[in-house]
Design a protein around this ligand. Sequence first.
Ligand code: 4NP
Length: 151
Amino acid sequence: MPKKKILFVCLGNICRSPLAEGIAQSIIEDKNLKLKVDSAGTSHWHKGEAPCANSMTIAKKNHVDISKQKSRPITQIDKEKFDYVIAMDKQNKKDLEAFGFQKVSLLGEYGNYHGEDVPDPYYFSGLQGFEKVYEMIEVCVNDFLRAEGLL
Ligand code: 4NP
């Protein structure tokens, strides 16, 4: 069976979706799952950049390495390539739909968050806000994999 492919999307692809990709990748490796995961931004503002320092720090604290990721914008090819496209907030979902993506889910639909947005931590000062963001993404990614029968 071909590997199912998952794409996590936020605005800049430097704070939230790199965490979702890193957490999913670490579960995939731990459990030896036949899945592929990637992440992208609805903007090209940070194209080629590494994840933001706070996301790298909070990931590292949780034994997840996202330091080799590079920001990239969504592309037309992504529309065909991925089985699951998961937005971090409602604006990301709107922007993906306007770009022509179909069947976009919200990460906050999983893990008992009732469709809440993953808060945009770009303007947070310090690590504190990132702890909460990390926790939400971790719970939701795990629940997404379980709910979709991918575990
Ligand atoms: P992300 O966070 O969408 O989680 O990567 C942001 C990154 C950059 C900006 C906004 C949010 N920005 O305005 O440049």
